[in-house]
Design a protein around this ligand. Structure first.
Ligand SMILES: Cc1cc2nc3c(=O)[nH]c(=O)nc-3n(C[C@H](O)[C@H](O)[C@H](O)COP(=O)(O)OP(=O)(O)OC[C@H]3O[C@@H](n4cnc5c(N)ncnc54)[C@H](O)[C@@H]3O)c2cc1C
Length: 512
């Protein structure tokens, strides 16, 4: 019997909330069947420990921005709320779905399992699901052979622009539509607002002038907020494609006085896909150290570690820069790379707390939470890859170097604002009399930084020499590092392996 339902195609938006350079949308818009644009708020993700309201607000603002752009085509994004499979079922009862178009999602186990279920459901219902890679990330890639050339090819290819003007759209039936709560659409003046239009504004603004000091401000928690690109939430939620970001960089490449800034930014745009590729290949990094040799690493589990972890989460460790960074992150959703690394170093090395207990807290605070970058970076900074330099940051040294006049600390730890700058960096040195004089209400240090760092250093280096760690390091290098790169050779030498050299290999942008 012929179905009475109208046959349609569906473009399913996930972390790709834009209209430009959108391969699935470009493919779907060229079809003869009418097209429905879909976004699903999934309770499993809303409730997941990695996410907080700030993320759904950013998504909602992005959807509102898409709707504004789509007014010209007299259509809106169909927004649903529920388990993705249930939503697709409900939609398929109303319309007959012919083809589902989407990007591949390189995400948490939750989204991977959801996608497997959606794949089975599509197969069972005779629906074709066309998935498109995200950036240069390749599904099921066994190693990094040809990685650079592939990255270059993808990033320099023409943008995948949809032909929206010649597409016939259908809308989601009213009874299936989810009304986004007003609170999710409101802007928070301290946080970056979502949307493709905002992403393009931030990109243009970077090249208008503030980006020229990119490389100078990158490690400073205050200055970096202005001089870094601030593209991360837009890239993470797909308001902007990495290709758009890279092609804009190429347009400015020869600009006098910008060379060092753009070279530094170019490396980081390369790292973006590198880390997501790593996660794509080893998705259980969410749960286990990428280097299995660290499976039994003796993290603290005593009751006091819970209280100390809480003090770190709350920004009450007694180390002003650590606390200022955490409070700033909680209020604004952003802190620069160096300070993220310091926060992880503090909790994992100085407090000796398992990275798995800290990673979800940071994910909830990072507006730009991107599972592939996040878990790779957290493990790297926690020292459990076996292939990266072990870095134990001293928060006092960072404080003196990166916030010498204490401006950032004063902004985020107002209880310290009245202290003279020399005392601001190390308030534990204050005498009882001075404490009274400054009416200081700030906690004593949660740990003695010198002895804790010494202990961590000895421990980490001893573990690194273990045969199980070294054997795993070899496997990691073979899988995730471009053969013949300077990074691969250096790490191989440090781990006692013979260096392989490929003439002409470029060292740019490769980390493991
Ligand atoms: C523990 C830890 C967790 C992190 N978690 C995330 C995360 O969840 N999401 C995220 O986007 N970044 C993460 N980063 C990487 C980095 O800190 C941020 O990308 C950067 O600070 C964002 O600011 P920006 O956009 O101004 O970056 P810029 O310095 O202007 O760089 C431009 C873009 O390059 C990419 N990029 C920059 N640095 C890195 C890097 N080290 N590795 C991979 N890609 C990079 C980002 O997409 C960034 O938006 C993490 C770093 C650490 C140490």
């Amino acid at each position: 019997m012929k179905s009475a339902r109208e046959t349609i195609n569906v473009a399913w938006f996930k972390r790709d909330l834009r209209l430009q350079d959108h391969a699935p949308l470009a493919a779907a818009s060229g079809q003869s069947l009418p097209l429905l644009l879909l976004y699903v708020f999934e309770p499993e993700l809303l409730d997941d420990e990695h996410y907080a309201t700030r993320h759904w607000r950013f998504v909602s603002q992005s959807l509102a921005d898409l709707d504004r752009q789509l007014e010209a085509f007299d259509v809106r994004i169909g927004v649903m709320h529920g388990n993705a499979l249930d939503c697709l079922e409900a939609l398929h009862r109303h319309y007959a779905i012919d083809t589902l178009f989407s990007h591949e999602e390189v995400g948490l186990r939750l989204t991977w399992e959801r996608d497997r279920a959606v794949g089975r459901w599509c197969a069972a219902h005779g629906i074709e699901w066309r998935e498109y890679p995200v950036g240069a990330v390749t599904r099921a890639k066994p190693d990094r052979e040809d990685w650079d050339r592939h990255w270059d090819r993808v990033m320099r290819a023409p943008l995948q622009q949809p032909a929206l003007g010649s597409t016939r759209f259908v809308e989601l039936p009213a009874e299936l539509r989810f009304e986004i709560p007003a609170d999710w659409l409101a802007e928070d003046s301290l946080m970056q607002a979502g949307g493709e239009s905002r992403a393009l504004e931030v990109l243009q603004d970077f090249y208008r002038g503030r980006g020229q000091d990119y490389h100078r401000g990158i490690s400073r928690p205050g200055q970096s907020r202005e001089t870094c690109s601030r593209l991360s939430p837009y890239l993470a939620w797909g308001n902007l494609s990495l290709r758009q970001a890279y092609q804009e960089l190429l347009r400015h490449w020869r600009r006098p006085g910008w060379r060092r800034a753009l070279a530094a930014l170019s490396s980081r745009l390369h790292w973006h896909c590198h880390f997501i590729q790593k996660f794509e290949s080893e998705a259980d990094m969410e749960f286990r150290p990428v280097n299995r040799g660290y499976a039994d690493y003796p993290w603290r589990e005593d009751a006091a570690s819970e209280t100390e972890l809480q003090r770190w989460c709350d920004g009450n460790t007694g180390y002003p820069l650590v606390d200022a960074c955490m409070r700033c992150l909680a209020a604004t959703g952003y802190i620069n790379f160096r300070m993220r690394a310091m926060l992880v170093s503090f909790v994992c090395h100085q407090l000796q707390i398992d990275w798995r207990r800290a990673a979800p807290h940071l994910a909830r605070l990072f507006l730009d939470f991107e599972p592939g970058i996040h878990y790779s970076q957290v493990q790297m900074q926690a020292g459990v890859t076996g292939t990266n330099t072990i870095r134990i940051y001293n928060p006092l040294k960072q404080s003196l170097e990166q916030d010498p006049d204490g401006e950032f600390i004063r902004r985020w730890c107002p209880e310290l604002a009245g202290l003279p700058t020399d005392l601001l960096h190390s308030p534990w040195k204050i005498t009882a009399l001075e404490r009274q004089m400054y009416d200081l209400d700030y906690p004593p240090p949660v740990v003695d930084i010198e002895s804790a760092s010494r202990h961590a250093r000895q421990h980490l280096w001893a573990w690194r020499k273990r045969p199980a760690v070294r054997a795993e390091s070899a496997r990691i290098l073979a899988t995730h590092v471009r053969p013949g790169s300077g990074r691969a050779n250096g790490a191989r030498r440090r781990n006692g392996f013979a260096a392989r050299r490929r003439p002409g290999a470029r060292p740019r942008g490769v980390m493991s």
